[in-house]
Design a binder for this molecule. Structure first.
Ligand SMILES: [Ca+2]
Ligand SMILES: [Ca+2]
Length: 171
């Protein structure tokens, strides 16, 4: 009998854990992806009820370097749906609607869209995008291209790889 009681308690505990695991719909899911080598070293994606945040840790960068982000919000089409190209210390990067990695894109109105890149500040470039601008996707995945104009020749560091995405981040 004691065994049976202990087992029942364990099952009850497991059910409780499962309930807790399903509950965080109201919380952000945040995933951090790492990138090898120097330059771009990691990308953190957070997906909340109201916004998608992307933070790329790009190492030292200067005026003239820039970071491009693509967002895939529709798994039915393997390419990206949105793009933002962020130059440090400039006004007003825009959110662009795109059909592929190579498309130039069409600027969208997106109240609340924020891009942060300060060549004299932290070694990171960040986006904050209201989910309403993205069609309130169930999940999102991100690709990053960091460009550095260096004396020895330009450096391009893709995360995770040329025209490919990190894993999906559900809300
Ligand atoms: Ca890298
Ligand atoms: Ca897509």
């Amino acid at each position: 009998m004691p065994h049976r009681t202990a087992r029942a308690a364990a099952v009850a505990a497991a059910c409780l854990t499962a309930t807790v695991a399903l509950a965080p719909a109201a919380h952000a899911e945040t995933r951090t992806f790492t990138d090898g080598g120097a330059h771009l070293t990691s990308v953190r994606v957070s997906h909340t009820a109201t916004k998608v945040g992307v933070r790329a840790f790009v190492g030292p960068f200067d005026i003239g370097d820039h970071t491009t982000f693509w967002l895939d919000t529709d798994a039915g089409n393997s390419g990206p749906e949105y793009k933002a190209d962020v130059w440090p210390n400039t006004e007003g990067p825009r959110l662009l609607r795109v059909g592929s990695f190579t498309s130039g894109g069409t600027a969208m109105d997106c109240d609340g869209f924020r891009a942060t890149s300060d060549a004299f500040g932290p070694e990171e470039v960040a986006l904050s995008i209201p989910r309403s601008c993205l069609g309130r996707p169930a999940e999102v995945r991100v690709a990053v291209r960091a460009f550095y104009a260096e004396d020895g020749g330009d450096v391009v560091d893709w995360g995770p790889e040329l025209r490919s995405f990190y894993g999906w981040v559900a809300r």
